[in-house]
Design a protein around this ligand. Structure first.
Ligand code: G6Q
Length: 566
């Protein structure tokens, strides 16, 4: 029997927010002028992160009612249920325990869920991953010719790809120079072809990462990679062209990460070379499980432990800090305010850190796969709008592209700005006047943008610059464009872990208010089934083609008329 969610729209807080909204006039200029404490009062720490919420379109009263809403939908009960391993992923009848992946080895009391000592299992698997990572990094793990591994290629998609890619890019300064990571995800054969084009099969190791080990893209790419490896090794005279030699090569050049170890064995990968995880880790929440094996090779066990510790510090913050100062809770509630009361459809995430250039792509999966739902966890329709579109690009590139719309368009686009104090590359522009520190120029943009978005520029200010009257309206900035500024000392593994866990929990908070199961993904499952069903028609099977709707059939026929046989 499923316990239905509290319908947020029936709470007294929702009614209070509706009334509050009706009388609400955003006025960041006025609010800041009247209240010198606003920035200090609305800035909070979480882990190493400094989070300034003061440029959001909220008053103290707005926040007070939003916090009341969180209590009225029993957010504290749902947080406790998640952390304790209750089956809050209702439609898949699963616990949701990504937080268990980063509990310290010394955690006491132990977490036992459904009869499983989760802490013991997590630590045992982590030890296996770390031992493997060390063997690759040290050169002890060799390919068939005895040469050490120089390139690790992670083959996975969705949650088995986006986390490791994003984190590898973010933590490049912490990655070993002598082992490069590459990633293959798309079933477009261009992806595997381009990624492998200049690699040497004798020094390449593949990690096939798939929770289910049944995903068409990943298994196809894994087979293509195996074919490429065999062909290359035979051509190089590294192995005989025999079945035994091929199997031996797989053992040296392929490992797997999956919850389906039987399917790993069926693919030909020795179960000794497979790392497991559990059904209570959702794909998009799995970077900190064995899915992060490639990252562990790159940044080593110490770096990976720091990442886990960073995530755990935010889990503890979520669990223990009162909602009034609880950063993921407040940021989740702000998003609810913007989506349900101020009509926002999208949310921008704008890292002023080039190494975070894949962060928005990663967040798109985390947030939109989690909260892009129209029914609640008991199967009833949602009672209000749910997940917004997340998107973003690193600053300052976005400033020269889409910021125009955020500054002066008709849409409300709440935005998170992220920056670090210490750059990875402290460069000075020696030839420029004053020899500026380039990171400071970069930060000046970060500060200037949120300031302009919040406070705008009035017509009088534009006039005072001597602007011709007819041009004035085009140069006015309305302000009251909401932003959150997140700053950290540096982009370390711990800080990255904190950022990831922060957004995981923001997503969770929004899902609880909306009463949805943020941990299933039936929309993704549909795609997996449909592609398999339609494949015979694309290969030219007349009956399968006839079974398609007229538009799909027409498109496939276009392809069939134009295809060039290999
Ligand atoms: C993530 C989703 C989905 C999944 C991919 C890959 O939460 O479930 O993006 O990660 O479809 O699935 P496998 O890891 O099973 O190959």
């Amino acid at each position: 029997m499923i316990t239905p969610p509290v319908d947020a729209t029936t709470t007294s807080a929702w009614a209070a927010l509706t009334a509050h909204r009706a009388a609400f006039t955003p006025d960041l200029r006025g609010w800041f002028a009247a209240d010198p404490q606003r920035a200090g009062r609305l800035s909070h720490g979480v882990g190493d992160l400094h989070v300034d919420l003061s440029k959001n379109l909220v008053t103290d009263e707005t926040l007070e009612i939003l916090v009341r809403l969180a209590h009225e939908v029993d957010l504290e009960g749902r947080i406790a249920a998640m952390l304790a391993g209750e089956h809050i992923n209702v439609t898949e009848n699963r616990a949701v325990l990504h937080t268990a992946l980063r509990r310290p080895a010394s955690a006491n009391p132990r977490l036992v869920v459904d009869g499983q000592d989760v802490d013991a299992d997590v630590q045992a698997e982590l030890a296996k991953v770390f031992a493997f990572a060390e063997r690759v990094r040290s050169g002890e793990w060799t390919g068939v010719t005895g040469a050490p591994i120089r390139t690790v290629v992670n083959i996975g998609i969705g949650g088995s790809d986006l986390g490791p890619v994003m984190a590898y890019e973010a933590l490049k300064p912490y990655a070993a120079d002598h082992v490069e990571l590459r990633f293959v995800s798309n079933i477009d054969p261009t992806d595997v072809a381009e990624t492998l084009r200049d690699l040497d099969p004798t020094t390449t190791l593949f990690i096939v990462a798939s929770k289910t080990f049944g995903t068409l893209e990943t298994l196809t790419n894994a087979r293509l990679a195996r074919q490429w490896m065999w062909t290359g090794l035979v051509a190089a005279g590294a192995i005989e062209d025999t079945d035994d030699a091929r199997s031996a090569a797989v053992a040296k050049h392929f490992v797997a990460v999956s919850t389906a170890l039987d399917k790993v064995a069926a693919f030909g990968i020795d179960p000794q070379n497979a790392f497991g995880f559990w059904d209570w880790v959702g794909g998009r929440y799995s970077l900190d499980s064995a899915i992060g094996t490639s990252l562990a090779v790159a940044i080593g066990p110490d770096g990976f432990r720091d990442l886990l510790a960073g995530m755990h510090s935010v889990d503890e913050h979520l669990r223990t800090v009162p909602f009034e100062r609880n950063v993921p809770v407040l940021m989740g509630l702000l998003n609810v305010w913007y989506v349900n009361f101020l009509g926002a459809h999208t949310h921008a995430v704008l890292p002023y850190a080039q190494y975070l250039h894949r962060f928005a792509a990663y967040l798109q999966q985390l947030t939109m796969e989690s909260n892009g739902k129209s029914v609640r966890w008991d199967g009833t329709p949602v009672t209000t709008d749910t997940g917004e579109v997340f998107w973003g690009e690193p600053g300052t590139n976005g400033q020269h592209a889409f910021y125009q719309l955020i500054h002066q368009g008709t849409r409300l686009v709440p935005a998170d700005f992220i920056a670090v104090a210490t750059p990875a590359h402290p460069l000075v522009d020696q030839a420029a006047p004053g020899a500026p520190d380039v990171h400071e120029l970069f930060l000046a943009n970060f500060f200037a943008q949120t300031k302009a978005l919040a406070f705008g520029k009035t017509a009088d200010e534009v006039r005072a610059e001597g602007t011709a009257e007819e041009i004035v309206p085009a140069r006015v900035f309305g302000g009251n464009r909401p932003t959150t500024s997140i700053m950290a000392p540096a982009l370390t593994p711990a800080v990255l872990g904190q950022l990831i866990a922060l957004y995981e929990h923001i997503t969770f908070v929004q899902g609880i208010v909306w009463g949805i199961d943020s941990f299933d993904q039936w929309g993704v499952e549909l795609g997996k089934v449909l592609a398999n069903q339609i494949a015979p028609a694309v290969a030219g099977d007349a009956a399968a083609l006839d079974a398609q709707d007229p538009s799909t059939r027409g498109l496939i026929e276009y392809y069939l008329a134009h295809r060039r046989r290999r």
